[in-house]
Design a protein around this ligand. Sequence first.
Ligand code: ZN
Length: 258
Amino acid sequence: MMQIARFLGQDGEILEGVVQGDEVEEISGLDPMLKGGRRVGGKRKLADLQLMPWGTGRKIVAVGKNYLDHAKELASEVPKEPLIFMKPTSGLIGHGQAIVLPPSTVSKEVHHEAELAVVIGKRLRKASEAECVKAIAGVTCLNDVTCRDIQRAEGQWTRAKGFDTFCPVGPWVTVGLDWSDLRVQCRVNGVVKQNGRSKDQIFPLPRLISFICAGMTLEEGDIVSTGTPAGVGPIKAGDVCEIEVDGVGTLRNEVRAE
Ligand code: ZN
């Protein structure tokens, strides 16, 4: 297993490196499956780096109500087919960057949603489940931040889930991790709010990815997020929101008022 971080270089360029304990060793020339590459030497302290999100410039495809207990808490019917939506890449932020709440005149109810997400490493179009599995480059944590009041009011989810900073991803991507039964947890100010397991997803990843690419080509670098377990709830200014996926790590973001 290997953890690959993206981080900001001295001149504002985005670099990649292998995480080793509290250090990151820069690597160049990784292929889209996050394999290969050449270590270019020079270890940096993780604590000194601004980690950057994955998926910039690509698309983020997500799924609604993919855990039975979460569908129930929304008083929703359990979907018969995956319920797909997209989050804009303009909402991406990395580990350590702030989730910025819109003014209360716009939304009074912003929720966290802890999710396991994967980075796609191969172009997929009308691919079988087996081909889809082979195209998963790595696993990461994603917080599908949502204005619940706007989501309810509008029916369409794009605006509710599409605000700037509403898509924290990170802290890095883990390559070679079995994603089929991982704990997905959200903590707000250290208190556990969501605690699910990926094995309880209604539509597991192979089905989900295959369903998406039956109609929509998935490109290298796209992110697919797999839905959130029960326990979604509000975040407010001053909170610290943490999403942890077993074998990946903890994505931490403070919450700020605009
Ligand atoms: Zn979600």
